[in-house]
Design a protein. Structure first.
Length: 143
């Protein structure tokens, strides 16, 4: 894929339908009018051979439809891919490297206090490992 001198590749990890709506609505205003390409990834936290691929593909297709509709509205090309891995932050970094992403952009997901305590802190892990800009935009930024 040929890149212009100013084109920016943005990696956008999205977990589910609600995350797609929140993230895309928050991020699109920042990218509108820019020469960029968005790579949406849906990370499945398991090895591919153990996954129920039909269910994963159906869930990912919904995520990609929401993202594509949002970014089509501001004329930004979007590609969607499913990535599998047992370490979500490492999988995101692998996808960023493969797509030569200039930045990783995400919004924090709404979680209860208990879910935050019991789940891995992907943003924190990314912040410690990333070698490119990690941009965290609150979902409320779009309001």
């Amino acid at each position: 894929m040929t890149r212009s001198f100013v084109e920016v590749n943005v990696l956008l990890p999205i977990a589910d339908e609600e995350d797609a709506d929140n993230t895309c609505e928050a991020v699109a205003p920042y990218l509108a009018g820019k020469d960029c390409r968005v790579f949406v990834i849906h990370v499945v936290k398991q090895k591919r051979k153990r996954a129920d691929t039909d269910a994963v593909e159906a869930r990912a297709e919904i995520v990609f439809k929401h993202a594509t509709a949002c970014f089509d509205a501001v004329d930004i090309p979007t590609t969607g891919e499913i990535w599998y891995g047992t370490d979500v932050s490492e999988t995101i970094l692998d996808a960023a490297a493969e797509h030569a992403a200039d930045s990783i952009v995400l919004t924090p997901r709404k979680k209860s206090v208990w879910r935050r305590l019991l789940s891995e802190n992907v943003i924190g892990q990314l912040a410690q490992r990333v070698d490119k800009p990690l941009i965290v935009i609150p979902a409320e930024a779009a309001d």
